[in-house]
Design a protein around this ligand. Structure first.
Ligand code: SF4
Length: 677
């Protein structure tokens, strides 16, 4: 599938470039021993070559040969690796290699078959061994080489290099030349100096005239940012000192939960009940909108398999100076496997893991296959894969992430339908409780109706909250273990609006009429999310999505899977439309809800861009994709209520750091008794 001439061109340009730009490193010297070659590759794993060069001498001075290394204690090794990072993984790998070396009486693998059965079997190390020790042709394929190859030959197609046969095949085809070693180094040096992960220097790149990525991004000047081609492992996300609590977000979609956990976004003023939440608002804006205060939470990791979701997320969060590297377009199954294989995918010191694992299999709008989903973890129809990787069981992979990252709290959310599917709720709750050898207290899940929290929508979500027992204060552990948890310790937020909740000072549910007040009709707007919308015809009221919204009430559930049959903003009189004023007096046409209207129903801020056209007739995010990612999301305002409540309880729950409170407390929410109708 690759053009041979392109491969030839690529090789020729890079070999030429290498002659004047190559980097000198000690492990590239002629005549170094196999021992030095092998362990320099261990040092180089997922670490910048320049960093390794600094520690290279100290490692090989202390452990100049196998005999000295065999005698090394873990502590001695860790001292050296501490500064390099990944010390546990590196020590573990060295131990395995030493064990095998001893077992085979010092005889290293002699051929490819032996190599594949050995401790060198991780893709990068085994390729390096094959190239440098066995002197075969092999590609030093890592995320950096993968990035250059995929950008040049065919952007968007590649994923995790270890499971991606396509890129392995391409890499081998490219390096299969006499100058194999030099070409490998050339590609790696080029990836570090020119074709960098962030801000590639395309304007000074000798490959640009034939580079697919360059062509794509220059055709579409309005590109949000480069498509994520691969995970940038180990990227340090700078922490905002005002947001000290780290959030790992799974199944993030376009970031409804993340936005809620971050705060600092715009909602309609009627969505906030100022009597009950007097400190929610940081700023009053035009047109009756307000900005919510920021929280102490910062998203340091997000993921989803949907590229459109990632595009929308990155486009919005870049306004908050978030790097696109926070978001990973990889399946959770692949991410966990990579982390287990020694790649540091998930960050350290995580405070919260959030995740709305895929709900189509539990949703009344879907087939309700639950655990027996017919789709795999990439959302494709499953063929012959282990059942644990099917979509309905992805919560088990969330459980794995919790085990790997050990957050203080995790929050899992799903559709209400889940609790009605035989004993699914109990199974999930039991599985989550078993994390870390019964190390988490998993509270009884609660169904929250979004309209009781100022969201103008009929949407119910079931929320599971798990709290790490060993992080709790003794008092909090006792209180949270009670069958009926005292109000002051109860982590679920209380309703603020009276859709089907009762209590003192509740505000009226927010109506569609209120939040749509300032929107222009699609033909008059410049907002692409309002301009482009589903033109699916009216099919008769017996089909789903053929009704008109009630402007005096809350909106319908915004569904992710609607195939264009999103509810009507207004129907014509013939089709039973009731908005006479709009139809008769204003002569407005029958039409379906726009993505912008759906987003406002979900409480996404009006400055969140969903439909993003390019400067040609294409879309980075089409209206159809926009409906889907909006419908998949947790309403940000509902998530904000959860985040706010958890933040306000943080110091009450968790053991304090030696320098006092971990975070400044917020005002607690006023007391309301809640009775669901
Ligand atoms: S043109 Fe840009 S993206 Fe393409 S290979 Fe060169 S630096 Fe990389």
């Amino acid at each position: 599938m690759w053009n041979k001439n392109d491969i030839k061109y690529f090789r020729a340009v890079l070999l030429k470039w290498f002659t004047t730009n190559k980097r000198d490193f000690p492990w590239r010297k002629d005549g170094i021993s196999n021992y030095e070659l092998i362990f320099s590759e261990i040092l180089l794993q997922r670490t910048k070559a320049e960093t390794v060069a600094k520690y290279y001498d100290s490692f090989f001075k202390k452990f100049p040969d196998w005999d000295k290394l065999i005698l090394a204690t873990d502590k001695e090794l860790e001292v050296i690796f501490k500064s390099l990072g990944l010390h546990t993984q590196r020590v573990g790998r060295i131990r395995k290699i030493i064990e095998e070396y001893k077992l085979k009486n010092g005889i290293l693998p002699q051929n490819k078959d032996e190599l594949q059965e050995s401790s060198f079997a991780s893709l990068y190390i085994s390729n390096a061994y094959e190239l440098f020790v066995l002197k075969n042709k092999a590609a030093l394929l890592d995320v950096n080489m993968s990035r250059v190859l995929s950008r040049f030959f065919y952007p968007k197609e590649f994923k995790d290099v270890r499971h991606d046969k396509l890129i392995q095949e391409l890499a081998y085809n490219v390096i299969n030349v006499k100058e194999c070693k030099e070409l490998n180094w050339a590609i790696l040096d080029f990836s570090a100096l020119i074709c960098k992960a962030k801000n590639p220097k395309c304007n000074e790149c000798k490959l640009s005239s034939k580079c697919s990525f360059f062509e794509l991004t220059n055709k579409n000047k309005e590109t949000i940012e480069e498509p994520q081609l691969n995970i940038k492992y180990d990227s340090e996300i700078p922490m905002n000192p005002d947001k000290p609590l780290k959030v790992v977000s799974l199944f993030s979609g376009c970031g409804g939960m993340d936005l809620g956990f971050e705060g600092d976004f715009i909602v309609h003023k009627d969505s906030v009940n100022e009597k009950l939440n007097p400190d929610f608002i940081s700023e009053r804006l035009d047109n009756d909108f307000v900005k919510l205060k920021p929280t102490k939470f910062q998203t340091v990791f997000a993921n989803d398999i949907l590229q459109e979701a990632r595009n929308a997320w990155v486009n919005y969060f870049k306004k908050r100076n978030y790097s696109s590297e926070v978001y990973h377009v990889e399946s959770i199954v692949d991410l966990v496997k990579m982390h287990r294989d020694g790649y540091k995918v998930f960050p350290d010191n995580v405070d919260i893991v959030t995740g709305g694992f895929p709900c189509q299999d539990f949703s009344v709008a879907g087939k309700r296959n639950g655990f027996n989903s017919h789709k795999d973890h990439n959302g494709k129809i499953k063929a012959d894969i282990p059942s644990l990787e099917t979509r309905g069981q992805l919560y088990m992979w969330m459980k794995e992430v919790i085990e790997l990252t050990q957050p203080k709290i995790f929050i899992a959310e799903n559709v209400k339908g889940l609790v009605n599917l035989s004993n699914v709720k109990e199974i999930i709750q039991k599985d989550f409780s078993a994390i870390n050898g019964n190390g988490y207290l998993v509270l009884d899940p609660l169904i929250l109706h979004a309209a009781n929290y100022g969201v103008p929508q009929s949407r119910e979500r079931v929320i599971f909250i798990g709290i790490k027992k060993s992080e709790l204060t003794p008092a909090a552990l006792i209180e949270l273990s009670q069958e009926k948890i005292k109000e002051q310790y109860y982590p679920f937020p209380k309703p603020t609006h009276s859709f089907n909740a009762q209590g003192k000072d509740l505000a009226e549910p927010v109506r569609l009429k209120t939040i749509f007040k300032n929107l222009l009709e699609p033909e008059f707007t410049n907002d692409p999310s309002q301009k482009y919308f589903s033109k699916a015809k009216f099919m008769g009221k017996h089909c789903q999505g053929q009704t008109e919204v009630n402007m005096q009430g809350i909106g319908p559930t915004i569904r992710a899977e609607h195939h264009g049959n999103i509810e009507f903003r207004r129907l014509s009189l013939e089709n039973g439309g009731k908005q006479l004023d709009e139809i008769k007096k204003k002569k407005l046409n029958q039409r379906r809800l726009t993505p912008r209207e759906c987003a406002l129903i979900q409480t996404f801020p009006p400055d969140y861009e969903f439909v993003i056209p390019t400067n040609s007739s294409r879309f980075f995010i089409s209206a159809s994709a926009a409906y889907k990612i909006i419908g998949n999301a947790v309403p940000p305002l509902l998530a904000y209520h959860i985040a706010y409540r958890i933040e306000s309880l943080w110091n009450l729950y968790f053991k304090q750091e030696s320098d006092g409170n971990i975070i400044q407390s917020r005002t607690q929410q006023a007391d309301i008794s809640v009775i669901a109708r």
